[in-house]
Design a protein around this ligand. Structure first.
Ligand SMILES: Nc1ncnc2c1ncn2[C@@H]1O[C@H](COP(=O)(O)OP(=O)(O)OP(=O)(O)O)[C@@H](O)[C@H]1O
Ligand SMILES: [Mg+2]
Length: 240
């Protein structure tokens, strides 16, 4: 699925958090968003996920304009998001967390946990997640909790996955595991929007990089070209 943001602007009162941002996410592509604190990255993703109404601009899915009135609309269009702070309920099991709020696993108002467990095992096997559907979320390391969030999106058939600073909470080893997972998702044709401050990860994983500064796109690059040779210089030139 191809995703386009055109002229997205988001104002909070007099503050312009996003200022006419254009962004294209191609199918099977890892698109990295770079920018300092407060640059407007999460705001842009919240607009894309239907959490915020854009003040201006439009979103296109496979070339057709769409309007998301909430995350439910974004999910129905194939967009999933893992927030900076996870949205899991610690005292519930993995399967209960995944089943919650998912219409497809509800039967007559009840959570269909057997079907959810089956889907979790299937996805877990496909991508090497090693997640036990019956584990309590509070007993899981942060890296595994994050995979539960990713599974939540995949169970809902997400084609585009937004990961908002996913490595901020991870150990170096967990980060490497996540990068492997991202490679597998990409190989399966999913698109990833990956937000990060860390150059190493960005270089390692991204197909394209967009740099945002004070709400505006200030640069974009294919890391295999200019960035591979001199990422620091490239980024320094854009004051990242
Ligand atoms: N709900 C809101 N109401 C008012 N201002 C907001 C709101 N959300 C974000 N902002 C402001 O919009 C600007 C962009 O914030 P945003 O969270 O999008 O940045 P970010 O690039 O994700 O930063 P970080 O790296 O810290 O996560 C900031 O100045 C922030 O204070
Ligand atoms: Mg943010």
């Amino acid at each position: 699925m191809k995703l386009e943001l055109k002229g997205i602007t988001k104002r909070f009162g007099s503050l312009v958090a996003n200022d006419h941002i254009d962004l294209v996410v191609e199918p099977g592509q890892v698109h990295c968003l770079l920018g300092e604190n407060g640059a407007g990255k999460s705001t842009l993703m919240n607009v894309l996920y239907g959490l915020y109404d854009p003040s201006d601009g439009e979103i296109l899915v496979d070339g057709k304009p769409v309007v998301f009135k909430g995350p439910g609309d974004a999910m129905a269009a194939g967009i999933g998001m893992v927030h900076q702070h996870f949205m899991l309920i610690p005292v519930f099991t993995v399967a209960e967390n995944v089943a919650l709020g998912n219409e497809a696993t509800k039967a007559a108002g009840f959570l269909n946990l057997d079907e959810t467990r089956r889907r979790i095992s299937e996805i877990s096997k496909q991508y090497g997640f090693h997640v036990d559907p019956d584990a309590l979320v509070e007993d899981l390391p942060v890296g595994v909790q994050q995979r539960v969030e990713i599974i939540k999106a995949l169970v809902r058939d997400a084609e585009v996955l937004i990961l908002d600073e996913p490595t901020a909470v991870l150990t170096p080893q967990e980060t490497d595991e996540l990068l492997d997972i991202i490679r597998q998702l990409k190989a399966a044709g999913k698109s990833i929007v990956f937000i990060s401050h860390k150059l190493r990860e960005v270089k390692e994983i991204s197909d394209i990089i967009t740099v945002i500064r004070r709400g505006k796109v200030v640069g974009s690059a294919d890391p295999s070209a200019s960035l591979r040779n001199s990422p620091r210089r490239w980024l320094a030139a854009r004051s990242v």
